[in-house]
Design a protein around this ligand. Structure first.
Ligand code: GLN
Length: 541
């Protein structure tokens, strides 16, 4: 078993997760079995209770774990299987250590950060290594070197590397080389200081991955190599991508990153064949077709809040050889604006998941506009609940119909708390979470797109369609295209007499990959293109 540890320097948001995932792509394509995990030094048990403003999207796994969005990159870039074991937070580590202490596991000893906390971190590395049966385990340490809360993790990986011995561990430090406009120069000092800090802890990086806006020339590379104590060829340039994050593996390959990693880890494997990946990039850079999609959300100004949704749209584009231009539309603006103006020139509208009532009326207005003007609509989780509320109010005349999440006194609670959720007080990890089976109804558009009767999709919600209204909705032409196999919960709805109006209680965006786009996103983009250009795309294979 070989281990790669990815740390970050100078500033956050450098895309360590993306770098780790892209390296995973390259190693997998060299024939290696790869596992990936993320350490998050904050004290929350998981990001499930954090606001998107704090943390961006919460990425949900099959087993229901609510995890960091970097795990989304891991799943999109590699074929690795992830579970709650793949995301460890300080909160989890301390909880385990304190449980051990109460259970008498430490036999009367004083419980300390070293060795008890660091041992627990190492135990988690070993556990994943053993369970994954991978050739290489890539571990990304969240945060930036120098953060107090990250110290136990860095000490733990240092000790771990010591035990594993030379040739088995590769340290990669992802750092930032700022360009100072006034001086017209790239600056290496922050990186030198960050590496010095790492070496103080006892970690010497094998590779420096340098994030930069401008190319780093030979002199800068020499300087970095000299002052950071790495070989010249181990200074890797990772410039901002021109078009797409999916260029990162190719960029790293050009810099021979995977060759260096394999050499450090004494892995004798053939070079990666990335031709299929190049084909994806070609479709991203120079697509045959183009389409504009409006995403109506409440965290629109945050790039990370709907990460998987944006990615899944782009994948749907790749499958149709179609470039997707995403228009981010603030739901509150729709409330007071004219939808015909706001949505002009769009091929489709997507309403993503969300919590709380801000912007709800704007989303309802968007769903109504899409339904009435036959504009393709894809609703995800809250986006399905919105579609239900809108149909109830406008078509069925249920005045003030709503979800009890937003209006507890609504006369028509068409969306209501799930039975199992009543009385739940604990917030973290208590929603309906993770992969659940769903039976699709033959003859529906959804069934045709999936080409399957039984599907499995990931969930994260407390509310659901209120079954008291099923008959009334059904009689008015609302189609329940998917339900749980026991028919107790509505999972997918769609409308007939509409080019594409599908909404799901689950989150299909979590199962989409660049080379394997999700059928609903693929169908949505094809319909949106048809809407914009009145010419159907050839149906993708
Ligand atoms: N707030 C809604 C619920 O809990 C929708 C959740 C979501 O969109 N993820 O049911």
């Amino acid at each position: 078993m070989k281990y790669i540890f990815v740390t970050g320097g100078v500033v956050s948001s450098l895309g360590k997760g993306l770098t780790a995932a892209a390296l995973g792509t390259l190693l997998e394509n060299r024939g290696l079995k790869v596992a990936l995990q993320k350490f998050d030094p904050y004290l929350n048990l998981d990001p499930g209770t954090m606001s998107p403003y704090q943390h961006g999207e919460v990425y949900v796994l099959d087993d229901g774990a609510e995890t960091d969005l970097d795990l989304g990159h891991y799943e999109r870039f590699t074929s690795t299987k992830l579970s709650r074991r793949n995301n460890t937070t300080s909160g989890q580590v301390y909880q385990q250590v304190l449980d051990n202490e109460r259970g008498g596991v430490y036999l009367g000893k004083t419980v300390q950060v070293i060795p008890h906390v660091t041992d627990e971190i190492q135990r988690r590395i070993t556990l994943l290594a053993n369970e994954s049966k991978a050739d290489v385990l890539i571990t990304e340490v969240g945060g930036t070197v120098g953060d107090i809360e990250g110290l136990p993790f860095l000490e733990a990986i240092r000790e771990f590397a010591q035990e594993a011995g030379p040739g088995n561990v590769c340290f990669i430090h992802v750092t930032y080389i700022p360009f100072i406009k006034a001086a017209g120069e790239l600056k290496t000092k922050p990186t030198q200081q960050s590496v010095a800090k790492l070496r103080e802890i006892g970690i010497t990086p094998n590779l420096l991955v340098c994030r930069c806006e401008r190319p780093i020339n030979k002199e800068i590379r020499q300087k970095l190599a000299m002052f950071c104590n790495v070989p010249f060829e181990a200074v890797i340039e990772e410039k901002d991508v021109d078009h797409s994050i999916y260029e990162v593996p190719l960029m790293l390959q050009r810099e021979r990153t995977d060759d260096l990693v394999c050499r450090t880890l004494q892995l004798d494997v053939p070079p990666a064949n990335m031709s299929h990946w190049q084909d994806i990039i070609r479709k991203l850079i120079a697509p045959q077709h183009r389409v504009r999609i409006g995403v109506v959300g409440k965290y629109i100004e945050l790039q990370d809040a709907y990460k998987s949704v944006y990615e899944a749209l782009i994948h749907g584009g790749v499958a149709n050889d179609c470039g997707v231009q995403i228009e981010q539309i603030e739901a509150e603006e729709v409330e007071s604006g004219d939808p015909a103006k706001l949505f002009k020139g769009l091929g489709g509208i997507l309403v993503p998941g969300g919590f709380g009532d801000r912007g709800i009326e704007g989303k309802i207005k968007a769903a109504q506009y899409a339904r009435e003007s036959k504009l393709p609509y894809l609703g995800l989780c809250l986006g399905m609940q919105i579609a239900v509320i809108e149909f109830g109010r406008t078509v069925l005349g249920l005045k003030r119909a709503n979800s009890t999440e937003f209006d507890e006194t609504t006369p028509y609670p068409v969306i209501d708390l799930q039975v199992g959720q009543k009385g739940v007080k604990q917030m973290g990890g208590t929603m309906r979470l993770g992969s659940q089976p769903c039976q699709l109804k033959p003859g529906t558009k959804t069934h045709r797109l999936y080409g399957a009767d039984l599907i499995h999709e990931r969930h994260r919600h407390r509310y659901e369609f209120n079954n008291d209204y099923r008959e009334q909705y059904g009689a008015a032409g609302f189609i329940f295209a998917g339900t749980t196999p026991d028919d107790s919960l509505v999972e997918v709805i769609e409308l007939a007499d509409h080019p594409f109006y599908i909404a799901t209680q689950y989150h299909p965006e979590f199962l989409s990959k660049p080379n394997h786009s999700h059928p609903l996103f693929r169908g949505f983009i094809a319909a949106a293109h048809q809407q914009m250009h009145a010419k159907p795309l050839p149906l993708p294979a």
